[in-house]
Design a protein around this ligand. Structure first.
Ligand code: NAP
Length: 492
């Protein structure tokens, strides 16, 4: 086992967290968790099913009745303590992420900074939740609004950012006075459990933050989307699964936030600063081995700079160090599993069969297992799978365009609308394109757009709602208004 890798071994938990108790056994046995870089068994987690999920929901509801009554100042302090503990344990948390998800340790550290940022931000925002007074149409009436926590929130999260996708939800939910049952991806529960341990140490009462384990996904999801005590479902993952969860949540009209898949266009105009574009595109494409919802999925380059940019990008991609994320200097880790590698392989083969040229990479890596060579494809056209679907891997397809209008039409020709990227020195051109592009977020001369201060989220089939920023806490609040009558106008 891997306890020896941690300074604080209490963070390595092989148990579900329900009502403040660590549950190491259920009647359904255990699932094994594997390191995607080595294949070794990392942990054995108890399998939760309907009964354990129901227990967690009931515990969260009981905790909600008390947690909602605490003052905003108190909740702010507890959430703030959670942030301090996450920061203090950054190295262990980053190691857990690399072990279970595969991303290089430097990126895992970056994810912990990002994840902690949401907790810190929403600790502060807890104190700023307030309603208002609306001028009434009658002299004797006053209209006052209150914002109140929704209740028990079910969070279902993906494997690609095992910490940040949880804190982006739990930070605002717990700060608002909600309680939460988290179902992390079955491939990355260890980070979620470590966050649970730190939440307990921070002083959240039992039942406020619960984490379910195992791979009985449909059983757990079925309860979370139908139980009458769950008032909100907050999901990050694929559009396909998001649709299923929305359907399941419909029968009990739960509030839903959906952070779904993307197919981000990255438009590089002829007048772009090439140095800035190269850095921005590389980070937008290859962070987390290309397994990011806002990864640049289609790099669209104007014809005047196409060949020069392709050469610059290819030279850099050839230099990437591929390997186990725990090793020094590794920039590209393994993909999450064999299915993910097969999808990338199919996309590349489909593109090559359609006339694309492999500038570098284009096949499984000699390291075997989940490793795929960082790849650049030229002469990609819009109908190819690599430009239509979310590839979710280390493959950069370069598409050629000539006019601005053509680029915008191509960029918007997708059911997704999460992120997009623009590279140009012409402010008017950027402004025009940013307004026309159908996405919730636009990176301009940068490939790094995520932080806790900005509202993250998509349009079209990329999602509903926003996470982070001062908008993020509203996803966990209900607006109520009080209409007071019988008040006499002020004397005199
Ligand atoms: P996924 O297959 O949709 O899974 C996401 C989560 O949903 C996992 O916890 C999964 O559990 C669970 N799940 C799957 N089927 C379910 C069901 N029937 N009922 C209840 N839960 C169910 O996505 P993924 O492969 O983990 O993540 C990659 C996807 O997430 C990509 O499409 C990416 O773009 C998207 N993503 C979006 C954002 C965003 O902010 N918009 C951020 C990150 C990722 P199991 O693990 O047990 O299957």
């Amino acid at each position: 086992m891997i306890q020896h890798l941690f300074k604080n071994p209490t963070l390595f938990r092989q148990a579900a967290l329900i009502d403040g108790q660590w549950i190491t056994e259920t009647p359904h046995g255990h699932t094994e968790l594997h390191n995607p870089a080595t294949g070794e068994v990392l942990a054995k987690l108890p399998r939760c099913k309907e009964a354990e999920t129901t227990r967690a929901v009931v515990a969260a509801d009981k905790a909600f009745r008390m947690w909602r009554k605490t003052t905003a100042k108190h909740r702010s302090q507890v959430v703030h303590r959670w942030w301090e503990l996450i920061v203090e344990n950054k190295e262990d948390l980053a190691t857990l992420i690399t072990l279970e998800e595969g991303k290089p340790l430097s990126e895992a550290r970056g994810e912990i900074d990002y994840a902690a940022g949401f907790v810190q931000w929403f600790a502060e925002e807890a104190k700023r939740v307030r309603g208002d007074v609306i001028p009434s149409p009658r002299e004797t009436q006053r209209i006052v609004t209150l914002k109140q926590p929704i209740g028990v929130c079910a969070a279902i999260t993906p494997w690609n950012f095992p910490a940040a996708m949880i804190t982006r939800k739990a930070g605002p939910a717990l700060a608002a006075g909600c309680t939460m049952v988290v179902k992390p991806a079955s491939q990355t529960p260890l980070t979620a459990l470590a966050l649970g341990e730190l939440a307990m140490q921070a002083g959240f009462p039992p039942g406020v933050f619960n984490v379910l384990t195992g791979n009985d996904t449909r059983a757990i999801g079925g309860v979370l989307t139908s139980h009458r005590l769950v008032r909100k479902v907050t999901f990050t993952g694929s559009t396909e699964v998001g649709k299923v969860l929305l359907e399941q949540s419909a029968s009990s009209i739960k509030k839903c936030s959906m952070e779904l898949g993307g197919n981000a266009p990255c438009i590089v105009f002829d007048d772009a600063d090439i140095d800035i574009a190269v850095e921005g595109i590389l980070v937008a494409k290859f962070r987390n081995t290309g397994q990011s919802c806002i990864a640049a999925n289609r790099v669209m380059v104007q014809e005047g700079i196409y060949d020069a940019l392709a050469a610059r990008l290819t030279a850099r991609v050839k230099q990437f160090k591929v390997g186990n994320g725990l090793e020094d200097g590794v920039q590209i880790g393994p993909m999450i599993d064999a299915g993910a590698v097969s999808k990338v392989e199919e996309h590349v083969q489909n593109a090559v069969a359609g006339g694309a040229r492999v500038l570098t990479g284009g096949k499984r890596h000699a390291l075997g297992g989940g490793f795929y060579e960082p790849t650049v494809l030229a002469d990609v056209t819009v109908g190819m799978a690599v430009a239509v679907e979310e590839t979710f891997g280390p493959v950069m397809p370069l598409v050629r365009f000539s006019t601005d209008d053509e680029a915008i039409i191509m960029a918007n020709d997708t059911e997704f609308g999460l992120a997009s990227y623009l590279f140009s020195k012409d402010a008017a051109r950027i402004w025009r394109t940013a307004e026309a592009i159908e996405s919730g977020m636009v990176g301009i001369n940068t490939g790094m757009i995520s932080n806790e201060l900005a509202p993250f989220g998509g349009i079209k089939q990329s999602g509903l709602g926003r996470e982070g920023s001062h908008y993020g806490i509203d996803e966990y609040l209900e607006l109520k208004y009080l209409c007071w009558d019988g008040l006499q106008p002020a004397f005199g």
